[in-house]
Design a protein around this ligand. Sequence first.
Ligand SMILES: *Cc1c(COP(=O)(O)O)cnc(C)c1O
Length: 366
Amino acid sequence: MSVPLQAPLRQYQQFATEIDTAVQSALSSGRWLFGTSVDQFEKSFAAYCRVPFVITVANGTDALEISLIAAGAKGREVITVANAGGYTTTACRIIGAIPVYVDIDPETLLMSPQHALAAVTKDTAALVVTHLYGRMADVEAFRTGLAAMGREDVVIIEDCAQAHGALLNGKRAGSCGDLATFSFYPTKNLGAMGDGGAIACHAPDIAAKIRALSQYGWSQRYCSTVAHGRNSRMDEIQAAILLSKLPHLDDWNERRRQIVQRYRAAASAAFNCWNTDSPAFVAHLAVCRHRQRDHIRAVLSEAGVATDVHYPTLDCDQPSQQGLPMVVHDLHESRAASREIFTLPCFPEMTEDEVSLVVSALQSNG
Ligand SMILES: *Cc1c(COP(=O)(O)O)cnc(C)c1O
């Protein structure tokens, strides 16, 4: 037996009847954009996230790009981390914002509030906090720190692409920042069958601006009033699929957490699996850390356990970024982690046998 890192087909097989029905009705509605499914999904997902407004877009990177434009970040500085897969960097480059990389907290691998606040300058427009691996960062710490500096103007954007449904101090991921972005890439905790994304926000005027930015800058049909608009939208088929999946999200997240708990209990201290079992962690990825990372991965592979590294290269070290404007603060924790982390299989449809195989491979090594 071998255990894959991801197996999204299984979720479709398990819910094929519901999903086929949803797709069929989206097709026969004859409205494949701007129909009832998109509208209903936006409302349902907003209610689930406990935010007043959700605007769907084409993918999670567009959600970041449009949020940064809405935050006025064009040509200005955006504080981010270098260990979160490059999505914020991509969005910054598209709009000509300057990424400012700050180090992570070695315990959580999330952005360190202390380092982020120290990197704020007069040019800072926004701060993107990524809830990496499904672990929710304490957004309040950033907000309080910015307020103490008199910098409430810095827009806080939560990147929730790995954290659908996470709950910290009674607040959902996506409800704490000024803006929040989601991706529904197929392997995310809530996944479409194709691309999808969304932006959550609190203020009606900001919601209207984001809606306009996602459609040519239109405030009404053929009347473009918001600068730097583009076209980015979710189609009815993806929205119908997401609507049918949303009621299962909490169960899936619980199953993911259980799997990570099994790994934590099995792994020796050398593995340093720091993920918590609180609802603030939705176990998007089961990431471990080990000094002999490459050796351990080879041994696990021999045992039939697929692994990966999220992510092997810091954003500022990517070949595409060389020579482009950026500010790189001391990143020694980010660098150390990128050499030692690896990811174990973790998805809700894993069988007990598969979980057990990973557990015994962890127990016999390390
Ligand atoms: C997946 C992901 C994105 C981008 O999502 P796409 O839909 O693939 O554009 C952004 N941020 C994070 C943290 C992600 O994991």
